[in-house]
Each structure stands twice: as structure tokens, then as C-alpha cells.
Ligand binder design. Structure first.
Ligand code: URA
Length: 430
């Protein structure tokens, strides 16, 4: 077997065998297969797709490329969640402690920003001291003691996915249904999940641009779940405009802290409640959304978040007093020039703009600036009058601030008629 023949086979649209997939995953993880060869194969997969069998084989091979956590010592069903990616998506920061506050253990491995989307790990790392790469023993101990832990893939969990994920980001091969499905499910399997709830985002700020492709992705994810004995539920959610109001690592953490204190934007709340209810159900608990809201109001979810941050060496004085977070040098509003109704806020463009401000990486060596970003002041469908603020830009570079102001004024489209809004929860697929 050799990699050139494997690339050739996929280039011609033929199905790869389990052994060929294993050869590629193991060879690339070990460094025996060159970056350019892996890039060629991933591009061929991107263009020609994969069969269900290939997708399952790739998932299991990536899941088994490192350690596979055995969480049986927790003696509980482990329910995990994941999102296919979005802009302003701080769901995990709110949902995981909330579910833990419901008495359900959450052991979650999260990713870093990919393309124009943000990553939970980057957000958590904006809390001074927070360690996302704790040992597996400490991870399990935190789940046992606090009820929740969120870590990164820096442990030896699904290292093949980590490598392939980074490569896809650099060669414009993120938006592939089999690659997304296998990437997510390999992480979930490696981190010991028994049951899984996936937020499949749809719209301009998601990798799936329309409901049809999101349904196909959900179908593949559920199929992998069945084949690997992990009950999985997919919730299709609207990501056509940023979720909540804040986009940018620190700004999103601050919005999440506020949400945990009961002050949650409507769209964010819809996703959190739907996901929480489904996670509870998978672990055998029937809770109404009202009951879940009561738990949030009680402050128990906020307390869990503080405990989780503390257990992972984060400085909780920042959580208790978010004004301590370092602010960007320039904080400026952009305002309405012509009154009307908000027609569109293209989430992908907002994500790219925050990345350009320094909030994400364009090149591998780039350093992330956690303080920068955007706080939207409006949502699609809102009425705005001349002079109203549309958004606040947080920048650390004057030139970038000017550029961002010009760009964002164009991204937020205003028109005369009231635009019908899309519901946040689009479909639930089991
Ligand atoms: N999230 C992941 O973990 N993997 C992908 O490929 C896309 C989103």
C-alpha cells in the first residue's frame, strides 16, 4: 500500500478501504506521510465525498489515534455536546455548567477557532490562568468533583483529528460533510461520551449554508452514532446572524457570565434550553424548559462555572468582576445613518472581521488578541433610528479600527420594510 495510490483512488472518486484509511490516518499522525500528500488526499475527499462506510472508518481511526477515555469510573452515562461551529457561539460556556448544575456530569473536549468561526478553547484561554490542557487524571477528577470540565485536544485525544482539522483550515477544506461529521464524532468517542447532542448550525455564519446540507450532515452524524453505539441527537439552529451580541474571545466570556447570571439574549437562550433539555433527556431526566430556566435563575449554573474555572486554575476574580478583563485600546460605536429595519447581518463576514482585528488566526504563527471584537447592538428585524448605535468595535490598532468600521457598516444592512425573522431552533433530528 502507498499513499500515492490512495490519493489517486480518491481523486478518481473510488471508495477507500478500511485498511487504506488506517494507513493514511496512522501515517499522517506519525509524520510518515507528508503535508502535501495529506493535503492532496483531503482535497480529493472534499471534492469527491465519502461513503457512509468510509466516514465511519475515518471516524474510528481518528478516535483511536490516541488515548480513548474510559469514564466508567464515573459510573454514569456521559452526555456530551458539540457545535458544528459558528460566530458568537458561546453556548458551551453556558450550557455545560448549566447541565452540571442539573446533576448531570459533563466531560467535554472542545476545539479552537476554525476558519471564520470561534473556538470554545480560545474563549476559555482568555480567562487568565485557565488551563485547557490538564492531565487526563485531573480532567476526570474535575468531572467527578465539580461535575464539569472543558479541556482542549492538547491531551493525546484524537491527535489525528487535531492534525487533519488544522490542515483543513489551511487548505480551504473545512466545509465538507464527511470531514465535519468524522471530526466531531471522533473527538466525542475519544473523550468517552456515551450519548451526544450536536448543534448543527445553519446559515451565513455556519459551514452548512442551508437546511438541506445541514440535514445531510445531521444524517451522517446520527448514522456514525448508530454504528458506534452512541445515541445522538442533532439540533439544527440558525446561524445566519451572530449568536447573542458579542463576538470575540473575552467579549464572549463576559456575555456568557452575564447569561449565567440570568441575563441572556433570546436566541442564545433558545439554543441553551433546547440543548440542555435534550442532554437531560438522553441521561434519563425529563425536564421542562421552565424547570431548566429555574435552575439558571437559582445561580447554580453560575456557581458551577466559577468552580470549573477555579479547578482549572483560572483566576475567578475575573469572573466575579468582569471589568477586570483587559480592554482593547479603542472602543467605538458605529451608528445608523438612515433609519429603517435591520435586514441582514452576515455572520460569516462578522467572524472574518473579528479575525482580521486579531481575534482569530489567519496564519498558524499569528497570536490571538483576546480583547478585540464586536458587540452588536441590533438583531435582524429590529427598527433603528438615525444616530442609534448598531455595534461597538473593540480594536487595538487604529488603522484596523477604521477599516472595521467601514466594513461593519456595510455588513449590517438596513432597509425600509420589516424583515421576517428566522426561528433560532430550526429542526430536531434523532
Ligand atoms: N467542529 C469540529 O470539531 N470539526 C469540524 O470539522 C467542524 C467543526
Amino acid at each position: 500500500m502507498n499513499i500515492i495510490e490512495i490519493i489517486e483512488k480518491k481523486r478518481e472518486g473510488r471508495e477507500l478501504s478500511k485498511e487504506e484509511i488506517k494507513y493514511f490516518v496512522q501515517g499522517y499522525t506519525k509524520g510518515d506521510i507528508k503535508e502535501y500528500q495529506a493535503a492532496a488526499l483531503i482535497m480529493a475527499i472534499y471534492i469527491n465525498g465519502m461513503t457512509n462506510q468510509e466516514t465511519k472508518d475515518l471516524t474510528l481511526e481518528m478516535a483511536n489515534s490516541g488515548e480513548v477515555l474510559d469514564l466508567s469510573t464515573l459510573k454514569e452515562t456521559i452526555v456530551d455536546k458539540h457545535s458544528t461551529g459558528g460566530v458568537g457561539d458561546k453556548i458551551s460556556l453556558i450550557l455545560c455548567p448549566l447541565v452540571a448544575a442539573m446533576g448531570i456530569k459533563v466531560a467535554k473536549m472542545s476545539g479552537r477557532g476554525l476558519g471564520f468561526t470561534g473556538g470554545t478553547v480560545n474563549k476559555l484561554e482568555s480567562i487568565p490562568g485557565y488551563q485547557t490542557d490538564i492531565s487526563i487524571e485531573k480532567f476526570i477528577e474535575n468531572v467527578k468533583e465539580v461535575g464539569v470540565s472543558i479541556i482542549s485536544q492538547t491531551l493525546n485525544l484524537a491527535p489525528a483529528d487535531k492534525k487533519i482539522y488544522q490542515l483543513r483550515d489551511r487548505i480551504a477544506c473545512v466545509e465538507s460533510i464527511p470531514l465535519i461529521a468524522s471530526s466531531i464524532m471522533s473527538k466525542k468517542i475519544a473523550s468517552g461520551a456515551d450519548k451526544i447532542v450536536i448543534d448543527v448550525t445553519v446559515g451565513s455564519g455556519a459551514f452548512m449554508q442551508n437546511v438541506e446540507s445541514a440535514r445531510r450532515l445531521a444524517g451522517q452524524i446520527i448514522e456514525i452514532g448508530k454504528l458506534t453505539n452512541r445515541e445522538t441527537v442533532c439540533i439544527l439552529t440558525n446561524m445566519d446572524e451572530p449568536l447573542g451580541y458579542a463576538v470575540g474571545n473575552t467579549l464572549e466570556v463576559i456575555e456568557a457570565i452575564d447569561a449565567l447570571k440570568g441575563n441572556m439574549p433570546k436566541d442564545l437562550e433558545s439554543v441553551v434550553l433546547e440543548m440542555a433539555q435534550n442532554m437531560a433527556k438522553l441521561s434519563g431526566r425529563d425536564l421542562s424548559k421552565k424547570q431548566i430556566q429555574e435552575i439558571l435563575k437559582s445561580g447554580k449554573a453560575y456557581d458551577k462555572f466559577v468552580q470549573m474555572v477555579k479547578a482549572q486554575k483560572g483566576d475567578i476574580s475575573y469572573i466575579e468582576n468582569p471589568s477586570k478583563f483587559e480592554k482593547a485600546k479603542y472602543i467605538e460605536d458605529i451608528c445608523v445613518e438612515n433609519e429603517g429595519y435591520i435586514q441582514e447581518i452576515n455572520a460569516r463576514e462578522v467572524g472574518k472581521l473579528v479575525r482580521e482585528l486579531g481575534g482569530g488566526k489567519l496564519k498558524r504563527a499569528d497570536k490571538i488578541d483576546n480583547a478585540v471584537g464586536v458587540i452588536m447592538k441590533v438583531k435582524v428585524g429590529d427598527r433603528v433610528e438615525k444616530g442609534n448605535a448598531l455595534a461597538t468595535i473593540h480594536a487595538n490598532d487604529l488603522k484596523m479600527l477604521k477599516k472595521a468600521k467601514e466594513k461593519l457598516s456595510k455588513i449590517i444592512k438596513i432597509g425600509d420594510s420589516k424583515k421576517e425573522t428566522i426561528p433560532t431552533i430550526l429542526e430536531i433530528i434523532k
